[in-house]
Every structure is written in C-alpha cells, then in structure tokens.
Design a protein around this ligand. Sequence first.
Ligand code: ZN
Ligand code: ZN
Length: 352
Amino acid sequence: MRAAVVPAFGAPAQVEDREIPQPGAGQVLVRLEACGLCHTDIHAMNGDWPVKPHLPLVPGHEGVGIIEQLGEGVTTRTVGQRVAMPWLAHACGECRYCVDGRENLCEQQFNNGYGVDGGYSEYMLADARFATPVPDGVSPLDAAPLTCAGVTTYAAIKNAHVTPGETVAVFGIGGLGHLALQYARLVGAKVIAVDVTEEKLALATELGADHVVNAHEVDPVLAIRQLGGADVAVILAVAPSVFHQAFDALNRGGRLVLVSLPADGELTVPVFDTVLKGISIIGSIVGTRQDLAEVFALHAAGRTRVITETRALDDVNESVAEVLAGTVPARLVFTYHTADVVPAEDEATAAR
Ligand code: ZN
Ligand code: ZN
C-alpha cells in the first residue's frame, strides 16, 4: 500500500510503499477511499505542539473507507461497511470523562495521524469502537471533512449553547468555518462571517451567512458592533489579533469559543469587562462519536453542504503548501483512486 510518511518534524512527507497491516484484537482494517487535509496535520508534521506525534508519522484524521477485515473479537462492525476514523482513535472507556459522555477529554486517548498512523494511506487500522459508521447518503468525499472540520465546529456550536435569534460571529472561513456557519444557522442563529479574503466571504454568503466582514478592509469589531454585536464568537483563525477582536465584539452574556490552536497562543482578557459583561470563555476540542453520528445524520438529511477539492496523495507536500498559502476554498481531500469517490471533473487532477 502507498502511504505518505513524515520522517522528521519539518521534513517533507515521502510517499512510500508499506506492508498492509494486520488488524489486532478489537481492530478493523480499512481500505481508505478519502482523507481530508486538516490544518492540524500540518502542525503534526512540523511537531509544533508541546505533545509530539510519533515518528515516522502517517498523518490524517479525516479518513473514510470500507472495512476489509475484522480483528479478533470484533462483532459490532462488518466487512464492507463504510466508516470514518476521526481524531479520537481510542479512548479508555472507563474514566469519568468517557463514562459521562465526554470521551474527547479522556486522558488516555490516542489520536489518528498523531499518536497512531492515520489516513494519508491506502489502508489503516482502527479501533473498531471508534471507527464511526458513515450512513448511506453521505459520500466518502463529503464524509472526510465532516469527520474533523464538521464534528469540531458542530460541537463548538453545541458547547456555546447557541439559541435561536442569537448572533454568531465565525472568525475564519475555510475547512472549518464553512461548516461552522451552517451549524450556527441550523440552530436558528444569525451568522456574521469574518475573513480576510473576498473569495471565502463569497463562499460564506453562498452558504447562508447573513453578513460578511472583511477584516482586512474594515475594523471587524466596529463592523460587528454596528450589526448588533455577537452573542457567540467562534475562533477558527490563528492570527493573535483575532482573539482580541472576537472578545471585543461580544455582547453582554457573550461566549468566546476557542477552537483553533496557534503554535504558541496566549490569550489575555480584561478581568473587569469579563466579569461585568458576564463573558464565558470556552475551549472546544473536536467532538464525540455521538456528535459525529449527528453530523453525518444532518448531512444525510440534506442540511449541510461540504465544499471540497480533491488531490492525489503524491501531491501531499504541494497540497500542504496550498493550505498554508490560503488559496484553498475550503477543504482539500486526498482520494485513493476509487472510481465511486472521484467525480468525473476531478479525475484529471486525481490521476496526476
Ligand atoms: Zn482536524
Ligand atoms: Zn477515558
């Protein structure tokens, strides 16, 4: 099988041939159809964060594919079933967080494309319990971005307890942002999309944003205040200035939801304003298997749209460069030459 392997932090990924692994007890072997490129993968490849991934690393936590083989003792999945392998590759199932439904906070967790090899590969192993079934009506190409970008922003909107009629400002329209604004609309919020490129703001409008703010051209705090302020600000961008802009744009009772992870991010807020205005600051990390099942169900019901462009795994380093340059409309997805995955118009690109 072919896999994109990162030999050292900061080094380009190398596409190489590897043995197809054998599933151990409780595992499944999945033949991948698609895997999205999340910004977190780039942080993993560079070793940006305090807890380092294992090396050599196969990145990817938006893998979607078909179960080809069951390991010993697996009874809850079947060969031929389509599953998604999100960031949460394994949690202990026993700790207080796992037991009370917050498995994404488990301290014993392993993460796909970080602590264990992920989806930049034609095959991967998965803990059967965490290989989340993808329902009929969700294509593998759409399922891939939903597996991280979707569930992460869905959980962010849930964690902020957004209610109908509130205003949600989404800072950063891209892989995550284009889905965040749709989930905010689904719970009845008005949406203000904030970005620095017109193309992304045009996409936000197309997907239903009520207002757009180009933070390169106008002061976003002033612009959001003129629109009545934000009850919830979801931060999906990494520029340090964004965190203060989002805080300053909040109304009384506002919630600042932190999702993006800048390499060395620090947030200072005025205590006086935070207390007097009753501001909450919420960290939101991915979502649970149940959140992902809900994300897939919403998509199968036609409630969300996923914007993707496909790439071949051979172009992994060029694809990373595209994401870093900000030229990607929403999500890049590697496809693995499966006829039912690759749309006709993208065949030339995928075959490169
Ligand atoms: Zn991700
Ligand atoms: Zn646990």
